[in-house]
Design a protein around this ligand. Structure first.
Ligand code: SR1
Ligand code: MG
Length: 394
């Protein structure tokens, strides 16, 4: 019986992924298709299907009922596939240049079929190989301004916005972030993973009461500030890029949260390259500046031209908003730097450094910069002081 008619979840194989694509008439019935499972993330299966003669291709992404990075002992809701598909559709309407096209979704099979982006590379992998993607920062700044404005009270109006908050209640995936970013790295949790030589630096974090206070403030903001529909996991592994194109993928962690969270994840994941890539350090600092400058300019334009809250359209309130987003983003960036260094889910920018001394030194710098950004996020009032803070620590 056809996969869709069975109305039951089953993990796809290369063979059944091809059957599904044929059943949906995405390719002609006689097409000769090849399929490869290419998922290298922490959670899902990803099938790349290519029509051998014509070269047409698609991606089928399927959620697994557990976290792949840990195994079946960590069950995980399949509902995240619907959240991801719905978020891709909304972000795709708002910022079509920067989001893959969705071709089909099915909530029971937990699949999203989308445009194939394999002519692009995962930005993190490209950066590690020496690419710099000259337009990625401008594109991400624009993506952030549009998605964070148009999904907010100011872009949608309070009625529709509240419906969206309801639609994107995503407790299980949010809990992963709450634990892995805001809790576990700051206590002696089983999920933490770090080299023995980092233990003194890690234990210092666990005993730093001032730091833990600030992390609790940031976690409270993550839990309660429903400012905009966030991507929720906007690291450089969630971005496909080339020298001319940028596409943001994988919004399964989407929910209504503080706007600075998405911006901060982008900052932190560019900071990994600032820290490890001595030769191109200035270029990645420049990317960070561009992300913020483009975000600020475009958010300001949307605020002034598309604002649904007439009485809020003042420059003082806009400045208040931008100042809050900036400070929040530094704090969230600090949390991301620390959790990717000593928590459960690491990044190849750091872990891929073969020489142990170089790797440990880079990780120590990452932890120190993370601490400073968390504690001083409200004193670092603008880009100039942010860049100065970065340069003092690397
Ligand atoms: C168990 S999931 C670990 C991490 O992978 C995802 O991409 C998120 O970043 C999450 O924190
Ligand atoms: Mg992901």
């Amino acid at each position: 019986m056809s996969l869709l008619k069975q109305k039951a979840y089953q993990p796809l194989t290369n063979e059944s992924a091809v059957e599904l694509a044929l059943e949906l008439n995405i390719f002609p019935g006689h097409a000769k298709l090849s399929c490869k499972e290419i998922g290298d993330g922490n959670l899902n299966l990803v099938f790349h299907i290519v029509e051998e003669l014509k070269g047409k291709s698609i991606i089928i992404k399927q959620a697994l009922p557990y976290a792949k990075v840990v195994g079946e002992s960590w069950p995980l809701t399949l509902k995240r596939a619907k959240i991801e598909a719905d978020a891709l559709k909304i972000f795709g309407q708002i910022a079509p240049d920067y989001v893959p096209e969705v071709l089909f979704t099915d909530d029971v099979l937990a699949v999203t079929i989308m445009e194939d982006l394999s002519h692009l590379s995962i930005a993190r992998t490209g950066f590690i190989k020496g690419e710099t993607y000259p337009l990625i920062a401008k594109h991400l700044g624009e993506y952030l301004a549009k998605t964070l404005f148009y999904t907010s009270d100011y872009g949608l109006g309070p009625g529709v916005k509240k419906e969206r908050v309801h639609q994107f209640i995503n407790p299980e995936l949010c809990k992963i972030t709450e634990d892995l970013i805001f809790t576990d790295p700051f206590i002696d949790a089983d999920t933490n993973e770090f080299e023995d030589s980092l233990r003194p630096a890690v234990e210092a974090l666990w005993h730093d009461e001032e730091l833990k206070f600030h992390v609790n403030v940031l976690k409270k903001s993550f839990l309660t500030d429903a400012e905009a529909l966030l991507h929720g996991d906007l690291h450089t592994g969630s971005v496909f890029a080339s020298n001319s194109e940028t596409k943001v993928i994988d919004p399964e962690f989407a929910f209504y949260g503080p706007a600075g969270f998405d911006i901060g994840q982008v900052f932190a994941n560019l900071l990994f390259q600032v820290i490890v890539n001595e030769e191109k350090c200035d270029l990645f600092i420049n990317h960070i500046e561009t992300v913020w400058n483009v975000f600020e300019e475009q958010y300001t334009f949307l605020w002034n031209t598309e604002n649904k809250e007439i009485a809020a359209k003042t420059s003082t309130f806009l400045n208040y908003q931008l100042y809050k987003f900036f400070g929040d983003s530094l704090g969230f960036a600090g949390c991301e730097l620390i959790r990717r260094t000593i928590g459960l889910a690491h990044v190849a920018d750091l872990d891929g450094i073969e020489d142990e001394l170089t790797r440990i030194t880079a990780k120590q710098k990452t932890i120190e910069l993370g601490k400073i950004l968390i504690k001083q996020r409200n004193e670092i009032k603008d880009l100039t002081s942010f860049i100065a803070t970065i340069k003092e620590r690397i």
